[in-house]
Design a protein around this ligand. Structure first.
Ligand SMILES: C[S@@+](CC[C@H](N)C(=O)[O-])C[C@H]1O[C@@H](n2cnc3c(N)ncnc32)[C@H](O)[C@@H]1O
Length: 244
């Protein structure tokens, strides 16, 4: 069965929403390990770099799709304001919550859906989404929610594996071999989940390029403030600001 056919029912937003929630619940126990293996530990550096550049001490931060909490913990040295993580996969949030024992500062984790954020309007300075947007079943709804809860002038920090451009053709070839063949096999062996790491490749190929996402944001009341790529363009960080 081709990858397109295998995942084509995810074009239905309701099906994708519950598929993603179940998938992350199922792989939560090996999520951190797999992240370390597949990015060669580099995901920590990418997050820390962008957090250091963008978070200042009075910034309140909502980390959407916080998973096991790494982005939240990375913000702690930089902001004295509230830093909250939210995710709809309960078992991911439980891992984040248990990790927060290792940190002296207060952290706050919520179980909840990014498409109906249980948060008042104009509440946060920063909204972050690290490796989340590809998995969101309705990006238009999400963006409306994020726009609502951000203060005027607030920023969204997006880190993700974007669809490849033609800029690094040879590297893209090897990167495709890696994510289409090696990652699904290793992912299946370690996580025990049949499709999660096949879906990872599918979701990248069906996502925006970083430039396309920037354009989409600019058509939706945000302006691009910072763009950078890591690992020869396989991963990118995009920072956009809400227009007042
Ligand atoms: C690839 S993980 C990223 C976790 C973490 N941000 C990181 O950088 O490791 C994607 C996360 O987004 C969450 N997610 C996807 N759609 C969501 C939604 N509609 N509401 C809340 N969380 C969502 C998943 O449950 C999952 O934990």
């Amino acid at each position: 069965m081709s990858q397109k056919n295998e995942f084509e029912n995810l074009e239905d937003k309701k099906i994708k929403h519950s598929y993603i929630q179940n998938m992350f619940s199922d792989i939560s126990h090996t999520y951190d390990l797999m992240n370390n293996i597949f990015t060669f530990g580099q995901h920590k550096k990418w997050r820390k770099k962008i957090v250091k550049q963008e978070i200042t001490q009075n910034d309140s931060v909502l980390d959407i799709g916080c998973g096991t909490g790494d982005f939240v913990f990375d913000c702690l040295p930089y902001s004295k304001n509230s830093i909250v993580g939210i995710d709809f996969a309960k078992s991911m949030v439980e891992i984040a919550y248990n990790k927060s024992d290792q940190f002296s500062q207060m952290t706050n984790f919520l179980i909840g859906d990014a498409l109906i954020l249980p948060i008042q309007s104009n509440r946060f300075d920063i909204c972050s989404m690290s490796f989340v947007l590809r998995n969101i079943s309705d990006v238009d709804v999400l963006l409306r929610e994020v726009h609502r809860i951000l203060k005027p002038g607030g920023k969204i920090i997006i880190i993700d594996a974007f669809k490849k451009t033609n800029r690094f053709r040879i590297i893209n070839f090897f990167s495709k071999l890696y994510s289409a063949f090696l990652v699904p096999v290793i992912g299946r062996l370690i996580s025990g989940h049949r499709n999660a790491y096949k879906y990872l490749n599918f979701s990248i190929e069906n996502f925006y390029t970083m430039d396309e996402l920037g354009e989409f944001m600019e058509n939706n009341q945000f302006v691009v403030r910072n763009k950078q790529t890591f690992l020869f363009g396989s991963v990118g960080a995009l920072v956009v600001q809400k227009l007042d």
